[in-house]
Design a protein around this ligand. Sequence first.
Ligand SMILES: Cc1cc2nc3c(=O)[nH]c(=O)nc-3n(C[C@H](O)[C@H](O)[C@H](O)COP(=O)(O)OP(=O)(O)OC[C@H]3O[C@@H](n4cnc5c(N)ncnc54)[C@H](O)[C@@H]3O)c2cc1C
Length: 527
Amino acid sequence: MKTIDADVVVIGGGSTGAGVVRDAAMRGYKTVLIERADLAQGTSGRFHGLLHSGGRYVVSDPESATECAEENVILKRIQADAIEATGGLFVTTSADSEDFADGYEEACVNARVPVEEISLREAFKREPLLDPGLKRAFAVEDGTVDGWKLVWGAARSAELYGATILTYHSVTKIDHKDGQVSAVYCLDRRTGETVRVGCSFVLSCAGPWGGEIAAMAGCHDVEVVPGAGIMIAMNHRLTQSVLNRCIYPADGDILVPAHPVCIIGTTDHKAGNADILPIPQDQVQQMLDAGEEMIPGFRKSRAIHAWAGARPLVKDSRVSAEDTRHMARGMQIIDHKERDGVSGFLTIAGGKLTTYRLMAERIVDAMCEQMGDKRECRTADEAVPGSTDHRLYTLDRRLNQVETETEAPSGQQIICECELVTRKKLLEVMDGLTDFNLDDVRRQVRLGMGPCQGGFCSSRAAGIAHELENVDAERASELLRNFLKNRWIGLWPILYGQQVRQTALDSWIFLGTLDLEHLPEPATEVI
Ligand SMILES: Cc1cc2nc3c(=O)[nH]c(=O)nc-3n(C[C@H](O)[C@H](O)[C@H](O)COP(=O)(O)OP(=O)(O)OC[C@H]3O[C@@H](n4cnc5c(N)ncnc54)[C@H](O)[C@@H]3O)c2cc1C
């Protein structure tokens, strides 16, 4: 058995865990993060992509609204490469009553969320496709955020401070001796080897799986409720700013522009199991109808991918156990010393991706306090590596690079036309990952995430991988088949109309031209 010694183990490599490992490492603790899959493969890679201004919560949860507003400013400063400062609008459409809008500005001011009511003329100038029957519009500081870039940025920063990041390692047990945490055991899912990480503190940041992790230390009935929501990407960027309905939070009330596409969402239902999140047909239709109310003609663009994520909500005694829509979005820290008699063990849940840095600050502060070792948090002051030039990847930036770089043409060969991913970029990413699959590569460069959903780029990417020393023909076929299988999961719930035609085309390419169904089956799969 492999052993590692650390001061602190962080469980979960979503936004919260990445923020916590960065914070603890920056305060000088020897820290190990353990994630059972790739970074941000849980909720943090399956969310809506909105950097909240706070405007969504000024009435329903003003405390969360203020936290979002403050963190919005900090994240734009320290992780500019993951954020597009699009701005946002809260709009009263022809289908909405003006009651909510009447008290909206005052609620924003009370929650310290910057807001300005703008004229309808100005609103249409910013967003020409808006409902012509629009009644009111308020401008806020919403933005969009690339969850993978944000999480990887924090993790890379942590590594520079000496942290160890173990991906594809699944935590199986937490040991404690005389009521004090002593070690975390995990399974390396690629090699099958067990790893023991000796430590004196465990910070559980496992999102909707927080209850399961607590039970591994013998702390039962930690109620993190998975509040599931679906989202759908459309094949055009229909708006340049985030659009929110100016109503009490409801299903399908937000449209987020993301790179070349836009995303409508979301729903909110209690899930039985955070690992199995269905995408029901009626919810798909509900989202498309909701899009139509903000942007008439919305359904004329093509739905290209649907996915679901589970909010890690802490059970809220004010509402029923099933009512995840109205559960508070605020963060909560559970002290297992106080609750279960296990020292050196804290769980954090709730919150938003937008408030991930603040969540990390609070739980690491709580750890320092329990250790009697006060060390200051510095995460708000220092930009993460890669974001210091304050430039997000946008399509025009990638296009500019392709057109102005003077390297050999093959280096700038475009592999994914939708997201302008070049051969050079792909090779760079594959080189930096060990034992990768194409979804790991996708999360780094958005390979296959544009309108054709991998229809053309996936076989090229598998071919490029095959040029690498350690990827033989069988492995390259596995990479291709697994990638397409995972893309398919997000396609079948939205197969109707134009999407059926696109999928039929993809099917002809893969089965007819590339004879994919006769390639060898993957032996085992680690996803
Ligand atoms: C539908 C939806 C839309 C949302 N939209 C937004 C939005 O637009 N803006 C926003 O700010 N927030 C949004 N949120 C909220 C936000 O996504 C979450 O609050 C945030 O991503 C939670 O991050 P996390 O790190 O706590 O959890 P996660 O990202 O789920 O991370 C937990 C990690 O723990 C890992 N794990 C579990 N078990 C083990 C184990 N045994 N061993 C090792 N690792 C384990 C999982 O693999 C996972 O990666 C949305 C949430 C949902 C569901």
